[in-house]
Design a protein around this ligand. Structure first.
Ligand code: BES
Ligand code: MG
Ligand code: ZN
Length: 477
């Protein structure tokens, strides 16, 4: 994190001053020159967002004319985030390492939160492998613009999102399944949630054939990670379970990803990263919810023993699966985790996975594909949580006809469907292993941005899912 937001202390520091002007009245508050006032009011009249520079007593002042004309709640908040990123970019051009931002009080509390959130999210850099690191900036804001608790919550959540982004951006050469487990254990100690790592011998004893099957081509062993956050104040009797796809690299296996499709496949553990990030955010903010996380982790590679088409494997719950495509590996490892989840009698299970290119083709990086068996109200709640943080979910068809496409003549299931509905058949495959209310989120589209990052987004890992899950868990009753 290269932006540190603090409240203005008692000492008057001579930082560059930034002012947000969102209301006409505010122009009179600041003792601006008539010329500036005239210019600014023109923009305000025209509903135009602008960045203006003026000088007062030789001090350079940057004024942001902030006009949020969006009326719809979700879009309005996101506009505030985008504006936060515009402010952050202006700040970056400034040589001083500390800046002061005033005028936030022109905005309502939710907008202020979103604006600062946009600044924090856009300040992320994955520069651990660069000689030239980004410089840390300090931003002072006025006391009373946002409560100290809210600011702390925001810092925790965006830091957790950045943890997810760091994990996804890390290549497999430094982050195999074992390293991912070590990272989870370390975070568990720091943030206050328990972590149990099952290693290959235990996974073998449990006969998790899906996870072991995908791992067959690898020199690195798989892991199965169990995270638990259980405060005494937990409101839910039965746990909420979060399952994350932890394919630390997806080469496709023998159905090799060719013609460039392998590039970015370090992001295939973004579901796992979202779960890990959500745990950090939930524990740091001490939410009153009992949450369990399940993360099956392995890479998907070629090796002399790797799965091939026509193999039949037996999953953790005894289901046999005919392998028809080794690149449909995510569902195999998730199936074992979903079967494992049954023993906790969960209130709800949500899985997050970069599962299908088909989902990405529908959503782009703008949203998440949602399917499942949870009741309408729960799905609605999750979708609303998504709108608020702008990690929007869209319901994909989950028709019974898609079940038919997974039938195998020689095993209980095959691991791919037909030519159509790739995201839906992947979801249906997973459904087979659930017997509780369940929601599947296909994040293949929004997990990683290769091209076309805008506003507060950046190229690379997005950390999608962290703010969505946090916001959803916060509302658990
Ligand atoms: N990890 C991929 C899905 C993916 C694609 C994630 C693009 C992020 C961006 C997944 O394991 C996969 O390869 N799915 C196949 C399934 C197919 C073989 C049925 C796909 O979508 O092509
Ligand atoms: Mg694959
Ligand atoms: Zn994959």
């Amino acid at each position: 994190m290269s932006l540190n937001i603090e409240f203005i202390g008692n000492s008057k520091a001579s930082h560059t001053l930034y002012i947000i002007i969102a209301k006409k009245d505010s122009l009179n508050k600041h003792n601006f020159s008539d010329l500036f006032k005239q210019e600014a009011s023109e923009f305000l009249k025209e509903n135009k967002q602008e960045v203006l520079t003026l000088y007062k007593d030789k001090q350079k002042i940057n004024a942001f004319i902030y006009i949020n004309t969006e009326t719809e709640y979700s879009a309005k908040l996101d506009n505030a985030r985008v504006f936060g990123s515009i402010i952050y970019k202006t700040l970056c051009k400034d040589k001083s390492t500390a800046c002061t931002l005033t005028g936030l009080n022109d905005l309502n509390e939710k907008e202020i939160y979103a604006l600062l959130e946009g600044m924090l999210i856009s300040s992320y850099r994955f520069d651990k492998y660069k000689k030239n690191k980004s410089v840390a900036k300090k931003l002072y804001i006025e006391k009373g613009s946002i409560s100290a608790d809210k600011l702390q919550e925001l810092k925790h959540v965006t830091a957790a999102q950045n943890i997810a982004r760091d994990l996804v951006n890390e290549p497999v050469i430094t982050l195999n399944a074992i390293a991912l487990s070590s990272a989870i254990q370390k975070l568990g100690k720091t943030y206050g949630f328990s972590v149990k790592v099952l290693h290959k011998n235990e996974i073998q004893k449990l006969k998790m054939g899906g996870l072991l099957g995908v791992n067959r081509g690898s020199d690195d062993p798989p892991t199965f990670n169990i995270l638990e956050y259980k405060p005494k104040t937990a409101k839910n009797k039965n746990p909420l379970i979060l399952v994350g796809k932890g394919v630390v690299y997806d080469t496709g296996g023998y159905n090799l990803k060719i013609s460039g499709f392998m590039s970015t496949m370090k992001c295939d553990m973004a579901g796992a990263a979202a779960v890990i990030g959500a745990f950090c955010a939930i524990a740091a903010n001490k939410l009153n919810a009992h949450v369990i996380g399940l993360i099956p982790a392995t890479d998907n590679r070629i090796g002399h023993n790797a799965l091939v088409q026509d193999d039949i494997i037996t999953m953790y719950d005894g289901t046999t699966v005919e392998i028809q495509n080794t690149d449909a590996e995510g569902r195999l490892i998730l199936a074992d985790a979903l079967s494992y989840a049954k023993k906790y009698h969960p209130k709800l299970v949500i899985d997050l996975a970069t599962l299908t290119g088909a989902a990405a083709a529908v959503t782009g990086h703008y949203g998440i594909g949602l399917m499942g068996t949870a009741d309408k109200k729960t799905i609605q709640q999750l979708m609303e949580s998504g709108e608020e943080v702008y990690e929007r979910c869209i319901e994909f068809p989950f028709w019974k006809e898609f079940d038919e496409l997974l039938k195998s003549e020689i095993a209980d299931l095959k691991n791919i469907g037909g030519a159509v509905g790739g995201a839906s058949t992947a979801g249906k495959f997973l459904k087979h292993f659930t017997d509780y209310p369940w929601i599947h989120l296909d994040i293949a589209g929004p997990a990683f941005i290769k091209e076309g990052a805008k506003g507060y987004q950046q190229k690379g890992a997005t950390g999608v899912g962290v703010r969505l899950l946090y916001n959803f868990v916060k509302k658990i009753k």
